[in-house]
Ligand binder design. Structure first.
Ligand code: NAP
Length: 277
């Protein structure tokens, strides 16, 4: 392959495993990685949706591996299966996630636990099982999807914020521990990408918000556009990647660093409104 083609397809023949690949951000990432030459392993719970995504991807050799990321006990066998079918794992993208709409006081602890199991413990279990493979291969890349809710607290999303803040700590520690082994770690700080995240969010009692919810990202970024931006930044080895539709959406991220009290006050005002629902 010529140098120019390699640059256009930086993931040529790389095996990229993406969770949450049956819709939204994960589906966009699957298209972008496949377009960059990768062989993609698609995971989520709904096998039929994964097949739909797989059949639309450019390139060959993509595989579907249904999994529930909250079933930590099942992960080692899935890792062995992917390794047997694909030969290697170069990039792991822990993207599957579930959001929340409900004040902390009204949210059951069971709902809180379920969100942590998917967004944090599921991520830790998956990385834990794939890490030995990356070390044995002499390197690799771990990517975890976070959110602006992983950078500052947003009302109505206490468990979601807790889980997304936690993955930053997990990833920063991992990056430090494995830098000398050529293992890179990146986090995606996402806001307003068109997906089903709002409809799939848990309500305080464990129901789903559904499509009638107040929130929509109709003015948000298309998932395929987000996927291409993310893959370009990952190929450059960027550690933390902001994926926001415009400068206005990025503003609270800067404000949080420079003037945190401004953000605390703004969030308290939002909490008094029904904005968060
Ligand atoms: N869209 C945004 O603006 C935005 C903003 C900030 C952060 N994020 C993050 O982006 C990631 C992707 O979300 P999205 O926006 O693309 O929402 P989405 O359209 O609802 O996609 C969520 C994905 O996660 C999968 N999933 C959920 N629970 C799972 C489980 N227990 N096991 C395996 N897979 C599971 C879903 O597939 P199945 O239902 O088939 O399992 C689906 O593929 C999440 O981590 C989310 O927190 C998104």
């Amino acid at each position: 392959m010529t140098h120019t083609r390699m640059a256009a397809r930086p993931y040529h023949d790389r095996v990229v495993w993406i969770t949450g690949a049956s819709s939204g951000v994960g589906e966009g990432l699957a298209h972008a990685f496949a377009g960059a030459g990768a062989r993609v392993v698609l995971s989520a719970r709904r096998g039929d949706e994964l097949e739909r995504v797989r059949s639309a991807l450019p390139g060959d050799g993509h595989v579907v591996v249904p999994m529930d990321v909250s079933r930590a006990d099942a992960v080692p066998a899935l890792v062995a299966d992917v390794r047997q079918r694909c030969g290697r794992i170069d990039v792991l993208v822990c993207n599957a996630g579930v959001s929340q709409r409900g004040r902390f006081a009204e949210t059951t602890l069971d709902v809180f636990r379920r969100i942590i199991e998917v967004n944090l413990l599921g991520v830790a279990a998956h990385i834990h099982a794939v890490l030995p493979v990356l070390r044995e291969q002499g390197g690799g890349h771990v990517v975890v999807t976070s959110s602006v809710a992983g950078k500052f607290g947003i009302p109505g999303r206490s468990a979601y914020c807790a889980s997304k803040h936690a993955v930053h700590g997990l990833c920063d520690a991992l990056r430090a521990e494995h830098a000398h082994e050529n293992i890179r770690v990146s986090t995606l700080v996402i806001a307003a990408v068109k997906s089903n995240v709002n409809a799939n969010a848990y309500t305080a009692d464990g129901g789903q918000v559904g499509t009638g919810g107040r929130w929509s990202y109709s003015g948000g970024m298309e998932a395929k556009v987000a996927g291409r931006k993310i893959v370009a930044a990952l190929a450059r080895g960027q550690e933390e990647i902001n994926v926001v539709p415009n400068r206005r959406a990025a503003l609270p991220l800067w404000q949080q660093r420079l003037w945190p009290r401004l953000v605390y006050r703004r969030m308290a005002k939002l909490a008094r409104s029904k904005w968060w629902a």
